[in-house]
Design a protein around this ligand. Structure first.
Ligand code: SF4
Length: 320
């Protein structure tokens, strides 16, 4: 049983605050006792799957404009981004403390000395209590992890790996540039250094069956992830996938199908894994499909109804 849940015993429904899954807002409130928000930062990185060191063109679905929040401009320096995003978070969400989230591209892909300067600059702002660093499994090494382990003694550090799928054929199809063995190795090393790990996965690749997607979701149990983000496949402008979709459209999830799939995963997931995200959002101006027309609160409500209807919750069917 999760140390931070408010679960009942026996066969009664289990809740993390009002949710039937171990949600990130609950985790933040329970861990820090105050309002914490993530500040999405563009650190000006690129990606080895774009600059030729691992591949060219990137993953076929990737358009990093999907990640840049409206309140910052990717041309801004880190200082300008922090100075714009902190007041925004205070005003909009009454935020008290922050986690600097290096999100776009591969945020460990630089010389260690440059990385140190950037991470330390983000941490120098009042109220920043942690770093969440999104990266690829082939962009970490012992020297970086050793440094981050030291940092982790004074602030909370999470490394977030793009896993996307555990199936090597799918990873090849999407031009990922690494295999699943690379993810296993990176996650194991990260855990050995005592750093929290998050995984990002995508549901709905047209080359996968539903069972393959569920297997990817449940791999979070074997990897012993601390956090999981699950995301429906989006086709966005400016990508190879968009080009293929426009030439030959393929089926994409409808909200009810996706919610059913996510519920199938949640009820077999270790209840200690904190769900950071269950639905992806892409800016309307670049989203080609699927256009659900539902915002995150509405989708979260659908998820709640599905779990309630089944009388299930995260981990109900989880077996150690
Ligand atoms: S999805 Fe991530 S790893 Fe793939 S090309 Fe984009 S930034 Fe690089």
């Amino acid at each position: 049983m999760s140390a931070n849940s408010t679960m009942d015993s026996g066969n009664q429904a289990k809740f993390w605050h009002t949710h039937r899954y171990n949600n990130y807002n609950f985790y933040l409130q329970n861990t820090y006792g105050e309002k914490i928000r993530k500040l999405s930062i563009d650190g000006g990185f690129t990606c080895p799957n774009r600059d030729g060191s691992k591949g060219h063109g990137g993953c076929i679905y990737c358009n990093n404009d999907s990640f840049v929040p409206k309140y910052i401009d990717k041309e801004m320096s880190l200082a300008e981004q922090m100075e714009a995003s902190i007041p925004f978070m205070q005003e909009r969400y009454d935020a008290q403390k922050y986690i600097a989230y290096f999100q776009a591209y591969s945020n460990t892909y630089d010389d260690l000395e440059e990385l140190k300067k950037l991470y330390e600059e983000a941490l120098s702002y009042p109220g920043v209590i942690g770093l969440d660093i999104g990266t690829r499994s082939d962009c970490v090494d012992e020297a970086l992890l050793d440094y981050l382990a030291g940092l982790n003694e004074r602030v909370d550090v999470t490394l977030e790996y793009g896993i996307e799928s555990i199936h090597d054929d799918t990873l090849e199809w999407m031009n990922r540039g690494h295999d699943y063995a690379s993810v296993i190795k990176a996650v194991e090393m990260t855990k050995q250094y005592g750093i929290k790990t998050a995984g990002h996965i995508i549901m709905g690749f047209p080359v996968e069956t539903r069972e393959m997607m569920i297997a990817t979701g449940l791999a979070a149990n074997d990897l012993d992830l601390d956090f999981l983000k699950i995301h429906q496949l989006h086709v966005v402008k400016g990508t190879v996938l968009a080009h293929r979709y426009e030439k030959e459209p393929f089926p994409l999830f409808q909200p009810d199908e996706y919610v059913e799939l996510a519920a199938d995963i949640l009820e077999r997931l270790n209840p200690d894994i904190v769900i950071q995200r269950l639905f992806g959002e892409a800016p309307e101006e670049i989203l080609i499909a699927p256009k659900w027309g539902l915002n995150t609160p509405k989708l979260t409500h659908l998820m709640h109804l599905e779990l309630k209807h089944r009388d299930t919750w995260q981990g109900k069917l989880y077996k150690l």
